[in-house]
Write a protein that binds this ligand. Structure first.
Ligand SMILES: [Zn+2]
Length: 71
């Protein structure tokens, strides 16, 4: 990642975190906070963006609503 003001290459972010977006098609985005060694400027950037396959649908264990008790 390059510093936006002086262009120095910053290899390691000082902090990273991930955010997952979407319910069906999930997109996992990794963000990072970088600090420039030269101008001490801090900035955030997207490091990685990946789409994860949706989880398999779970079959419902509940009885269907039309089932009624017959006495
Ligand atoms: Zn800089």
């Amino acid at each position: 990642m390059r510093c936006a003001s002086c262009g120095l290459e910053i290899k390691e972010p000082i902090k990273t975190w991930t955010v997952t977006l979407g319910k069906v098609k999930r997109t996992k985005i990794t963000y990072g906070t970088f600090q420039c060694d030269k101008c001490r400027r801090k900035f955030k950037a997207t490091i990685k963006k990946e789409e994860t396959s949706p989880e398999p649908r779970q079959t419902s264990a509940f009885p269907p609503p039309y089932v009624t008790m017959i006495v």
